[in-house]
Design a protein around this ligand. Structure first.
Ligand code: SF4
Length: 204
């Protein structure tokens, strides 16, 4: 049914006041996503936090301000990219989302990717990268690399919140955003999506 959505607005309407998983119990606002529906570069974080849950927008707290700075550093703004999370509701106490929660919410992220058709999906943090790539991602080894995904390239980077705690990580993020800019400028054709579409397969 979700594959019938032809626009992000239609997909958001299908989400409705979602109660498909128990994260619905503690949330204030669903954080669907924000940005350019035709973005070549899409960011996917782990889950909304307190500020995001209050405002219904992704990455609006301190980590979001750093994300804005990093984007500005490569000549981009939020309106140029699309930003979302693997789960659309805030986990209680900001705990990691559970596998059943990411799995239940997965079709909406897959739908966003199908409709936006980004050439690069940049995962912000280990959790988002591990969920989307379906394996344990060691960020220290894999950050900033361009990896083949199903119809797009994956580029995992450290979560901006980690960079707020550790100056060295901030330096790595700056380097990785420079890599993102380079990948965009190179404009390498993204890998072919699998058939059927990932959303129909329940895969990213
Ligand atoms: S996290 Fe996703 S599946 Fe769970 S209630 Fe929120 S929108 Fe629905």
């Amino acid at each position: 049914m979700l594959e019938e959505a032809g626009t992000l607005d239609e997909l958001r309407d299908m989400l409705g006041l979602c109660t498909r998983c128990r994260l619905s119990e503690g949330r204030n606002k669903i954080v669907f996503g924000y940005g350019n529906p035709e973005a070549r570069l899409m960011f996917v974080g782990e889950a909304p936090g307190k500020a995001e849950d209050a405002q219904g927008l992704p990455f609006v707290g301190p980590a979001g301000r750093l994300l804005d700075e990093l984007l500005a550093g490569i000549g981009l703004a939020r309106k140029d990219v699309y930003i979302t999370n693997v789960v659309k509701c805030r986990p209680p106490g900001n705990r990691d989302p559970l596998p059943e929660e990411t799995e239940t919410c997965n079709p909406f992220l897959a739908g966003q990717i199908r409709l936006i058709r980004p050439s690069i999906v940049c995962q912000l943090g280990r959790i988002a990268a591990s969920v989307m790539m379906k394996r344990s991602v060691q960020m220290t080894k894999m950050h900033g690399q361009r990896l083949i995904g199903p119809g797009y390239f994956n580029v995992p980077v450290f979560h901006p919140a980690a960079a707020l705690r550790t100056p060295a990580t901030r330096g790595l993020l700056v380097e990785d955003f420079a890599n993102l800019k380079k990948y965009l400028d190179e404009d390498q054709a993204p890998p072919e999506p699998p058939s059927p579409e990932p959303e129909q397969m329940g895969l990213f």
